[in-house]
Design a protein around this ligand. Sequence first.
Ligand code: G
Ligand code: G
Ligand code: MN
Ligand code: NA
Length: 254
Amino acid sequence: FELEQDLRRAIDNGELWLAFQPQIDMRSERVIGMETLLRWTHPTLGPVSPAKFIPVAEESGLILPIGEWVLAEACRQAARWNQGRARPLRVAVNVSAVQFQRQNWPRLVEKTLHQTGLAAECLELEVTESVVMQHIDAVAMRLRALKALGVQLAIDDFGTGYSSLAYLKRLPIDRLKIDQSFVRGLPSDSGDMAICRAIVGLASSLGFSLIAEGVETAEQATCLFDMGCCEAQGWRYARAMPGDEFLTWLQARP
Ligand code: G
Ligand code: G
Ligand code: MN
Ligand code: NA
């Protein structure tokens, strides 16, 4: 409860901030975008892990105002970074089940794109399998409304939930994010190899793009690339960084 009280004040106090983790096209080694990751620096506790405060935010409903702020701030930053860029960056934002169920996301996204000037195709929303596999008809309708705005849709932590494949292929999903738990054991763990191959095969036959998360080593990157997964994010390339650091990092690349 104390954490909840503190979180309530965190937005106004400017204690929440965004970190951006680069996403890389492994073929060209170019940066193609970034995932937005929420951070909280508590005045006395210091950094509080999202694994700890996101559940508190979801249970208390605070994730709704916080999530609106994240979306607006991420779009605002991305729109600024994209000014004058030949290849605009894509910014990915995490949307939890509570947010998706309790807010009109198509309307919120439309408003935010309008206010920030970010091109719709430069915004990607990450939802989890649990979001898309609950209240299937209502969710499908919302996803189609979002897709109609021109944004991109990704399924986060893919492979850790319970997706109905028959249903998945009917949803307007652009990209699957291979969960980092399956990337960890590449290439030595035969189970992880099999799972990653299966996800790549599924994406290829159903027409989804792919990105692998948690890529830490050159071996993991090569392995994924050879399987047919061309995009990656992870410590092999860069950690999540505050906006100004991200921009410096970006400008230092060829
Ligand atoms: O970087 P990492 O420890 O920061 O992220 C932990 C988890 O918190 C991730 O699984 C991610 O999905 C979630 N998360 C990070 N930022 C946000 C956010 O802005 N909104 C929501 N709903 N979840 C987030
Ligand atoms: O949205 P999601 O739950 O997938 O958030 C990604 C999480 O993974 C964040 O907590 C982020 O800090 C973490 N992360 C990003 N890259 C790496 C990596 O290469 N290795 C590990 N172990 N964690 C990572
Ligand atoms: Mn994510
Ligand atoms: Na993830």
